[in-house]
Write a protein that binds this ligand. Structure first.
Ligand code: ZN
Length: 377
């Protein structure tokens, strides 16, 4: 991500901060400074810094487990809303995704347990809600610092376990569902659960006038929809067949058409090749080059049958795009005909295939960008 600066490097992973990150320090300083003056402001900023150390540890939890499964972790970026770990690819097996997703919140449990046992040992453990409320009123002290950090880690744990994308809970749910339903159906069900949850949360927030919570609900709702879109792109990539990529709306010719008609078509459309068809049967192909050649030799008052090539490479619609490209390169055919069994479907040329693969690559890129972990503080 641009506009992010590298802080340090742990286990080969760059840990970066986004340029908007200092906002969250200011927010902490403002919050505590309002109640406790200048020392409070410094304390508030320090609290936020400590919170984000916990967020980094949370992301490292995900990342180190992902690395164990051979997944390249590109970087961890700290944003004001939390941390994001960017992975080179998605985990292939549901069990891997499950373990990666669980590892983050588990780090917060460990931190909370360490803080809790230390504070409990000293008799400073805030256990009930009323004492948690006192916490925000208490002045800056080492005790307040540790108690606040404990509460923050507990809320990080609880919030991240919400069973909705992009939270870890959504990934855990998807991984478990994928074990029984497969990845695609698991994703659809998990996304639907997440969106219903977000809707319920949003309604609750609106009726209770909690604007921030309503925003979080909207964020969760969109996250679930995005996850579904990413999965659809992945399915498209692995199932992109020749039958999906040929031009279904191509102009065709009949043996009785003149070369002048093809010239008209060339001038008014972007289509470079034309199938000559009679009763649904493919007779041959007229290419732009053939038309230009006939123009150069002054034979443009002929019928298209005079300039069409009858040797056309036949490809089955079931072939993947990569296979089709390979066969066309082998035969050095700039254009091929696509058949479903005996039925002629249409023509495909190298540009069509390259365009389809380029779009597929974009979809994959979008997928990889989102194949990270988002943890919201
Ligand atoms: Zn996480």
């Amino acid at each position: 991500m641009k506009s992010a600066f590298r802080l340090l490097r742990v286990a080969g992973i760059d840990i970066k901060v986004h340029f908007t990150f200092p906002l969250v320090l200011l927010l902490g300083a403002f919050d505590w400074g309002g109640r406790h003056g200048a020392p409070g402001a410094a304390f508030g900023a320090l609290l936020m810094l400590a919170l984000f150390v916990c967020v980094v540890l949370h992301e490292l939890g995900h990342s180190l487990v992902a690395q164990r499964f051979g997944i390249h972790v590109r970087e961890i970026i700290l944003l004001p809303i939390g941390g994001v770990a960017l992975f080179g690819r998605m985990p292939r097996k549901p069990m891997q995704e499950l373990l990666i997703a669980v590892a983050g919140p588990l780090v917060n449990v460990v931190i909370a347990l360490l803080l809790g046992s230390y504070l409990g040992f000293r008799g400073d453990l805030p256990l009930d809600g009323s004492r948690l409320h006192e916490l925000t009123q208490a002045g800056p002290s080492a005790q307040t610092f540790l108690q606040w950090l404990l509460a923050a880690n507990v809320s990080l744990f609880v919030f991240n376990l919400l069973p909705a994308f992009p939270m870890d809970g959504g990934r855990i749910l998807r991984a478990v569902l994928a074990m029984f339903l497969g990845f695609s159906r698991g994703t659809r069900v998990a996304a639907a659960v997440g969106q219903m949850l977000a809707l319920a949360l949003g309604l609750f927030a609106i009726f209770n006038g909690q604007i921030l919570l309503a925003l979080v609900a909207a964020f969760v709702f969109m996250g679930a929809g995005q996850e579904r879109a990413v999965e659809e792109a992945r399915v498209l990539l692995s199932t992109l067949r020749l039958g999906d990529a040929y031009n279904k709306y191509a102009l065709t010719l009949t043996p009785g058409d003149s070369v002048h008609r093809v010239i008209d078509y060339l001038l008014t459309s972007y289509q470079p090749d034309f199938a000559v068809v009679l009763g649904g049967r493919l007779l041959g192909v007229v290419t732009r080059d053939a038309v230009l050649q006939s123009l150069a030799t002054g034979q443009d008052d002929n019928y298209v049958t005079g300039i069409m090539s009858r040797e056309v490479l036949h490809l089955d619609a079931e072939l993947s795009l990569a296979q089709a490209r390979e066969q066309m390169a082998e035969k050095s055919a700039p254009v091929a005909s696509v058949f479903e069994g005996e039925r002629f479907l249409g023509l495909i040329n190298r540009d069509d295939i390259n365009e389809a693969l380029r779009i597929a690559a974009f979809l994959r890129l979008a997928q990889e960008r989102k194949a990270g972990d988002v943890s919201v503080a």
